[in-house]
Design a protein around this ligand. Sequence first.
Ligand code: 6PG
Length: 479
Amino acid sequence: PQANIGVVGLAVMGSNLARNLASREGNTVAIFNRSYEKTETLITDHPEAGFIATSTYDEFAAALQKPRTAIIMVQAGRGTDAVIDALTKVFEPGDIIVDGGNALFTDTIRREAAVRATGINFVGAGISGGEEGALNGPSIMPGGSTEAWQTLGPILRSIAAVADGEPCVTHVGTDGAGHFVKMIHNGIEYADMQLIAEAYDLLRRVGGLEPAEIAEIFAEWNRGELESYLIEITAEVLKQVDATTGKPLVDVILDQAGAKGTGAWTVQSALDLGVPVSGIAEAVFARSLSSKPAQRAAARELPGAVDAWEVTDRAAFVEDVRRALYASKIIAYSQGFDAIVAGAEQYSWDIRKGEIAKIWRAGCIIRAQFLNRITEAYAENPELVALVTAPYFADAVGGALPAWRRIVSGAALAGIPTPTFASSLSYYDGLRADRLSAALVQGQRDFFGAHTYKRVDQEGTFHTLWSGDRSEISAADAH
Ligand code: 6PG
């Protein structure tokens, strides 16, 4: 056997990852695809890669040095189970199966336990960066055993993106930890994209700017604290002119955003964990709302704005939007990291938050300058309970507050939807509130369901006899 690594599944992501692996010193890559045609195409198109083409799982296993290591790059779901099944039949204890797809982390937990029972290692690895990243250097989030990481680590380090000299890959934790963190990455990605879209909408509708002008603004923002891949590509998309109509491309794209589900998974998991990822949730729901043409058509004539938002100082308005965007973005990341903390606790993963921020600095879709600040915040205080309270972020949000409030209130009066800007601000105000209206909610719960409450001035749990004489009793007496 000659290959030190194998790839199963040669669609775009798989082919690109295989080529990336082959291009690195010391790697020889065995490849396998369900239909041989794709394998054939890949070896013909890329002779320089020196791939070892195989046409059966037996051949594939025979081509791999021990411990055999294979990365599965197939559509998440049942296809993944079928490939795992086939590989466990031809692999031996100590070998390593890596799932590089966007698997649901609970599936990864289940698969890891099943594969481990055979003595084979199973690694669920989140891989981010799209087609380009797979080819030139993605950000990689592997979960699994320490034993597997020892073999796999050097290989993954060789293909990952590099940020400040460090490869964007780290052993995230056991079993589903890697796919969990990738899922949160995508949740943050949804929020980031929606925030940018809301900023664009305001610049266009209130600022009166054309897409090409807004592209310039985004390009400018990309030179400051907002510097990130998503801001950069936004400028590219806004610059694009449609060849058929001569209009800005963004004006001819149907305004219905699709989703493959990872954003929804983030919110579903966060609901289970009780983590308020409200910014991410609004971003997911904004896509859902956009994709309801019948409801939107039915609502089109409903009354809207009560105030035409006249901008007198356009430069100041643009700066307000930028600041509101930055503050909301901090909230989205803060919520995402809170979800990672909660997940780690629930599933007993030892996740180092600062390391996660580090491996998101390059290669992945949410790569951004300010992830350095997140790493620093966790380095300074590993027990940080809410990222937004770290000094740097608290200052940034505090400084942006007047702008943020002007933007959210202005948008509300002008009837312009800013679900993620607005919910992020509400979250911030909720978090910093001295007293929350939750006291009343507890009172209501006690009224109709005897759900009891605690008091600010005494230990214990209490219930008011609402349908009796309305005296208060200790809840211990109620049972
Ligand atoms: C990445 C992306 C990638 C993909 C998602 C997007 O990190 O490389 O997140 O995983 O683009 O599938 O998901 P939606 O189709 O749901 O927007």
